[in-house]
Write a protein that binds this ligand. Structure first.
Ligand code: AHZ
Length: 306
């Protein structure tokens, strides 16, 4: 049977803080006391070390990950949420090319604020604690940004998940296998570096090894459909089906049901899948993205339950 999504009831573990002899204040301690107010002292190198030490420790820790998720849009974040909650023993790295994770889920359609989700995807909103208006067959979140910021905050609080933003996947790591080739990790670069491959001499990338990669890079465009386009150029799949025109009714079911391991070691979900399967697009309705994330997580857990 499909695994149940764990409840959110347990609070996120507190990070250890070395408060030294600095008194912990409340907001009330400060109000009306601004004349005597001052920040605790700091040396600039402490700020630098606080960031770099953690970042390089994370690079070290996640150089061997259990799962890499490419793309932190609505599908990738949903998959990360389910996997991270369900399996605290797994190390999950999310690689997001943009400085700001969230993909297309900061707005609904056009540049409108509200986000529509068709039922039964409202179950996911209840799971993460996003309020909505019930309109019968569909629900409306008053701000798409409310959904995106909520799921992002839940994902980023998970101790076994690390988001590397401003970092893009430039290639896939492969290994020979009985089925031809197995995807065994990702090749990464800071996005700002990747943008300058044409005007700087060789700037080699970095790598993350992982037995399983989930690609959710969205449909084709300046950034999207990264992994499936690479599968074509490495002759692992013949050609892409090409995303078809908009039909909400067929598109959403097709994306959720089709979310699967496309080649060994690579699960594809969200709108990236429409480019493989020749599925319709759905436009501004996001239920399929969260449920594709749920299905991607379920497919991934089959690998780790062996
Ligand atoms: O920055 C991209 C975005 O945040 C990121 N991304 C793309 N290529 C990458 C790479 N390395 C790292 N090579 C990369 N990150 O992937 C994220 C994709 O998010 P998205 O919101 O575009 O995709 P999604 O499938 O999660 O959601 C699609 C939302 C859409 S599109 C659509 C339509 O056009 O009809 N309808 C919906 C609901």
């Amino acid at each position: 049977p499909p695994q149940q999504v764990a409840s959110l009831a347990t609070p996120a573990p507190k990070l250890a803080v070395n408060s030294g002899d600095c008194k912990t204040q409340t907001i009330d301690d400060m109000i009306g006391q601004w004349d005597s107010f001052r920040f605790a002292p700091i040396r600039e190198s402490q700020v630098s070390r606080a960031m770099t030490r953690r970042y390089f420790k994370d690079l070290d820790t996640y150089a061997e990950s259990d799962i890499v998720i490419i793309g932190a849009g609505s599908c990738g974040l949903s998959a990360a949420y389910v996997l991270g909650k369900q399996r605290p023993d797994l190390k999950i790295a999310i690689i997001e090319a943009s400085v700001s994770p969230g993909g297309g889920a900061w707005l609904g359609g056009q540049l409108f604020s509200a986000m529509v989700m068709r039922k039964p995807a409202d179950a996911f909103l209840r799971e993460v604690g996003v309020p909505y208006e019930d309109e019968g067959h569909y629900v409306v979140v008053k701000h798409a940004a409310l959904f995106t910021s909520t799921i992002m905050s839940k994902v980023l609080q998970l101790p076994n998940v690390k988001l590397f933003n401003a970092t893009c996947v430039e290639d896939l790591i492969t290994r020979p296998s009985d089925e031809g080739v197995r995807i065994s990790g990702v090749v990464t670069n800071w996005t700002l570096v990747a943008m300058h491959h044409d005007d700087q001499s060789c700037m080699d990338p970095n790598t993350i090894n992982a037995p399983l990669v989930i690609s959710t890079t969205g449909h084709d465009g300046p950034m999207g459909a990264f992994s499936v386009k690479r599968l074509v150029s490495m002759q692992r799949i013949d050609k892409l089906g090409g995303m078809r025109g908009l039909d909400m009714n067929t598109a959403e079911d097709a994306i959720v049901k089709g979310t699967r391991e496309i080649v060994p070691g690579l699960i594809v979900g969200g709108m990236e899948l429409s480019e493989v399967d020749g599925a319709n697009r759905m436009g501004p309705t996001f239920g399929a993205m969260v449920l594709s994330g749920l299905k991607a997580a379920e497919e991934a857990l089959k690998v780790f339950d062996l």
